[in-house]
Unconditional design. Structure first.
Length: 87
C-alpha cells in the first residue's frame, strides 16, 4: 500500500489560494521566496518557517492550524481568523 501523505500536503494552502484567486507564483512573491522553493514547501520537501506560516495565514485569511493541521507546535500563538486584518 502506497503512502499518500505526500499527496495531501499543501491541500489547505492550495484551497486557500483558489478561494483568494491567487496563483502560487503570487503567493511565493508575497512571501519573498522563489516559486520553486514555495512549491517544494507545498510538496513537503522543505518546511515552512513559523514566520512563513504566519504570513500565509494573513495572506489567505485562514488560521495557521487550518493551513497546517499536522502542526501542533503553534499552540496559543496561532492567529485566529477573527484576529486577522480585514475579517
Amino acid at each position: 500500500m502506497a503512502n499518500t501523505t505526500w499527496a495531501t500536503k499543501g491541500v489547505p494552502i492550495k484551497c486557500g489560494l483558489l478561494q483568494k484567486q491567487l496563483l502560487q507564483r503570487e503567493a511565493a512573491e508575497q512571501l519573498g521566496m522563489p516559486l520553486s522553493t514555495f512549491n517544494m514547501k507545498l510538496r513537503g520537501e522543505r518546511r515552512f518557517t513559523q514566520s512563513e506560516k504566519e504570513q500565509l495565514s494573513i495572506l489567505l485569511g485562514t488560521p495557521i492550524h487550518v493551513l497546517f493541521p499536522e502542526d501542533t507546535s503553534c499552540g496559543e500563538h496561532c492567529p485566529r481568523a477573527r484576529d486577522l486584518p480585514g475579517l
